[in-house]
Design a protein around this ligand. Structure first.
Ligand code: AP5
Length: 214
């Protein structure tokens, strides 16, 4: 199972990818989480990524493609994976397809989680994330049992710098300009499945499981 999860910032890609990867026993690979890990470790790549992330812009393709293709080659991804946040441009999608083709592989499905802009803004403004396992909560719609503490592992919750309204607006513009063209890219390959992302989390999960044939 090799799946590309598409959707604008705040659509629920991370939330759903975590559940799907548990249910299907495949790796969850999130490009944003990989950049944030580099940032936390103070690497050169992390410092570079931060410049773009803080502005709501995309990290350059060459850097991103290299990082994700390396991650996909790791042993835990052999049985399949859910890609969350990658690809985000047509050149990234083409590079992924080319790399997979050299191994006789391909992406199976590209579900698109669709959510309206006002709801995306509400979701990102109220989001809290676990520093340890990256599980996302929402202070109104999906609060943790204890404020500030992750239900899964007791990790501390924090709010992302790029969830400030002005950066969210820039991220949404970047999505429309650079990532939305992937919808027709995967439609042409007959891999796109549209999912109503405004349903409760469990209903979105059920629709995604149907979409990927589980
Ligand atoms: P990244 O970390 O990938 O952020 P994103 O795509 O903007 O997505 P988010 O993590 O914000 O949202 P999500 O869809 O995962 O939603 P979530 O599940 O958390 O990227 C960050 C930055 O890194 C980019 O701006 C860029 O600079 C860089 N980058 C990353 N990948 C790159 C690439 N490929 N190329 C270049 N640059 C790249 O849910 C959001 C909230 O809603 C949560 O509070 C959650 O609890 C709640 N929620 C979820 N589902 C529901 C529901 N059904 N109902 C109600 N609430 C819900």
């Amino acid at each position: 199972m090799r799946v590309v999860l598409l959707g604008p910032p705040g659509a629920g890609k991370g939330t759903q990818a975590k559940v799907l990867s548990d249910r299907a026993s495949v790796a969850h690979i999130a490009s944003g989480d990989l950049f944030r890990k580099h940032l936390g470790e103070g690497t050169e790549l992390g410092r570079l990524a931060k410049i773009f992330m803080d502005r709501g812009e995309l990290v350059p393709d060459d850097v991103t493609i290299h990082m994700v293709l390396e991650r996909i080659a790791e042993p835990d991804a052999k049985g399949g994976y859910i890609l969350d946040g990658f690809p985000r441009t047509v050149p990234q999608a083409e590079a992924l397809d080319e790399a997979l083709a050299t191994k006789g592989q391909a992406i199976h499905k590209a579900p698109l989680i669709a959510v309206e802009t006002d709801e995306l803004m509400r979701r990102l403004a109220g989001r809290w994330i676990c520093r340890a396992c990256q599980t996302a909560y929402h202070e109104v719609t999906n609060p943790p049992r204890q404020a500030g503490v992750c239900d899964r592992d007791g990790g501390a919750l924090y709010q992302r710098e790029d969830d400030k309204p002005e950066v969210v607006r820039a991220r949404l513009e970047t999505y429309d300009r650079q990532t939305a063209p992937l919808i027709s890219y995967y439609e042409k390959q007959r891999k796109l499945v549209r999912i109503d992302g405004q349903q409760p989390v469990e209903a979105v999960t059920a629709a995604l499981l149907r979409a990927v044939g589980r």
